[in-house]
Design a binder for this molecule. Structure first.
Ligand code: GUN
Length: 290
């Protein structure tokens, strides 16, 4: 079993981007600028945004966090999005999800200028991804593809089961893995809560990508000997032994699954850091396109 080390890979990517930023600075150019909009006070979202901003600082990007109260109106948020779309100092921005229930996430996503949509959530960017055109690929699927790339894992002809069909992870992941690209060229099955014979299906996967948000859902009997297992899950569970009072648990029962795998990711040093690195790559791309 080999661990797919997202922490090390993401460090490599950050160093590559930091070098680019250094050369921009050396030639007197401005540096990329990412803005993050955080609505409300959800602990996990606050944490994610803080980490994204810290990454920016580490590699020399400019960054701005825009905090808005949980009871802000949809219109006020849409006005903020419009302001960011028009702000020439901002190369790209994200609106951290989930949003409070009274705000229509789709409306907000649709309002973001696709040229600044470094999350890759807008229909224009999703459509471009489907067609294999230049785009911003959403951060988690892009980070997973980058792991395959950097570990030189051949996914061609493999049976890839994607567990979960979210707009952010499962759906784009299934498209990327099925495209005529390397990595890609896999035969993909997308599975979800209504899938029948889920255990058997998962156990037939050469590559199992799990993004369903149910802690330790994938057990050893659901994994084929020699499979590649990618765990996207990251659920906070209370843990009084930790200073933070919680720990993050994945969707895969890592301890019992790991020895069956050829490669596996670990929560939180696998997909999470790669997601954050992808956001930096997309922000650099948004800057370069301008
Ligand atoms: N919530 C969970 N993952 C993400 C992400 O990648 N981007 C945004 N904007 N919100 C998220």
């Amino acid at each position: 079993m080999q661990l797919l080390d997202g922490t090390a890979c993401s460090q490599e990517i950050r160093q590559e981007i930091a070098k680019e930023v250094e050369s921009l600075k050396a030639s007197g150019k401005r540096v990329p600028h990412l803005a993050a909009v955080l609505v409300g006070d959800d602990g996990a979202s606050q944490n994610y945004v803080a980490m994204k901003i810290r990454d920016c600082e580490e590699i020399g990007f400019n960054s701005t966090t825009i905090r808005m109260e949980a009871d802000i109106s949809e219109d006020a948020l849409l006005n903020k999005v419009d302001e960011l779309n028009r702000n020439p100092d901002i190369d790209g921005f994200i609106v951290q999800l989930p949003l409070p229930a009274h705000i229509d996430e789709n409306k907000v996503t649709l309002a973001i200028d696709p040229a600044k949509d470094v999350d890759g959530f807008s229909p224009v960017n999703v459509g471009n991804m489907c067609l294999g055109l230049p785009t911003f690929i959403s951060a988690t699927p892009n980070g997973i593809m980058e792991l395959f790339r950097r570990y030189r894992i051949d996914t061609t002809g493999k049976h890839c089961v994607v567990l979960g069909r979210s707009n952010i992870v499962g759906t784009p992941m299934s498209i990327l893995m099925s495209r005529n690209t390397n990595p890609g060229n896999a035969t993909v099955t997308i599975a979800h809560s209504r899938t029948q014979n889920l255990k058997e299906l998962c156990a037939s996967a050469d590559i199992l990508i799990v993004a369903i948000g149910k802690t330790e859902f994938v057990t050893a009997d659901m994994v084929k000997e020699g499979a590649i297992v990618i765990d996207v899950g990251q659920t906070r569970v209370p843990d009084s032994s930790r200073k933070s009072g919680f720990r993050n648990v994945g969707d895969v029962d890592f301890e019992n699954v790991k020895d069956k795998c050829s490669y596996i990711t670990f929560v939180t040093g696998g997909v999470g850091p790669m997601t954050r690195a992808s956001l930096l790559q997309n922000t650099l791309k948004a800057y370069q396109r301008r």
